[in-house]
Design a protein around this ligand. Structure first.
Ligand code: ZN
Ligand code: ZN
Length: 174
């Protein structure tokens, strides 16, 4: 596993005419993009196009990353899927601070850009599966792994509370 696999050497694009394009597919079983950011089954396709202004880098990526489910607290492999579009312009005097400038050696390191976009795809409240049952509020058992027998208890409790609520009568009015 190379330490920095996302360095593109793009000197061969410079003499080409606008519209010239090449594709770079890749696949890594496992890659550490940063501390605490390990990706598995990382696949993608990077397309580089020569434009009149510079080199356009487009990428589509998919990888698995371990997250902890907020409902059942189990770790699971979350599928991240993200894109990237960066235009590296040829060095010009009117380039602004926001512009990405193609270095003189025509080498681009995409690692940071790929990492940042990937991290944007991490959900704030990860859930291992759409219908994750979470943990039992009584005994803490993982309800995805079976019924601990407390489901009825909770249901009864909820009903009782509703009956005793001073607002229970409102339900009939509504
Ligand atoms: Zn879960
Ligand atoms: Zn339980």
């Amino acid at each position: 596993m190379s330490k920095n696999p996302f360095i593109l050497r793009l000197g061969s694009f410079l003499p080409q005419t606008a519209g010239y394009k090449r594709e770079y597919p890749f696949k890594y079983p496992k890659i550490q993009l940063a501390d605490n950011f390990l990706l598995h089954q990382f696949e993608g396709l990077i397309t580089v196009t020569r434009t009149p202004q510079g080199l356009l880098i487009q990428g589509n990526f998919e990888a698995r990353h371990q997250l902890q489910c907020v409902r059942c607290l189990n770790n699971y492999d979350h599928l991240l899927s993200w894109e990237l579009t960066d235009l590296y312009i040829f060095n010009r005097r009117d380039a602004t601070k926001e512009d990405l400038i193609l270095p003189d050696n025509a080498q681009i390191d995409l690692t940071e850009s790929i990492k940042e976009e990937a991290q944007l795809d991490i959900p704030i409240n990860p859930i291992c599966k759409e219908d994750c049952q979470g943990l039992c509020q009584v005994c803490g058992a993982n309800l995805n792994e079976g019924d601990c027998g407390h489901a009825d208890l909770l249901l009864e409790k909820d009903t009782d509370e509703e009956e005793n609520s001073p607002f229970a009568g409102l339900k009939d009015l509504l």
